[in-house]
Ligand binder design. Sequence first.
Ligand code: SF4
Ligand code: SF4
Length: 77
Amino acid sequence: MIPVMVPEYCKGCNICVMVCPRKVFDRGDEPSPLGYFVPVVARPEDCLNHGLRRGERLRCELCWYSCPDRAIEYEEE
Ligand code: SF4
Ligand code: SF4
C-alpha cells in the first residue's frame, strides 16, 4: 500500500512532506486545477507500508493523520 494525494482535496500545505519519516514526498511544482501545489509521491518504495496488501494492518499512517484536508488515501501498488 502506498499513499496518494487526492488533488481535489489537497491545499498544498506540505505538512505531509514534513512529517513523513521516510521522506516519501517531494513538494509539488505543478499547480493543481484548484491552484495548489500538490506534493508528489516521489519515493513510494520507501513508504513503511510498501508491499502490504489491502486489508493488512498498516505500519504507518502519519501522513494520513496529519493531513488537515483528508487528501491522502492508500492504494495497493
Ligand atoms: S505512511 Fe508513513 S512512511 Fe508512508 S508516506 Fe505516510 S508518513 Fe511516510
Ligand atoms: S497534508 Fe494534505 S493538504 Fe497538506 S499537502 Fe499533504 S496531502 Fe495536501
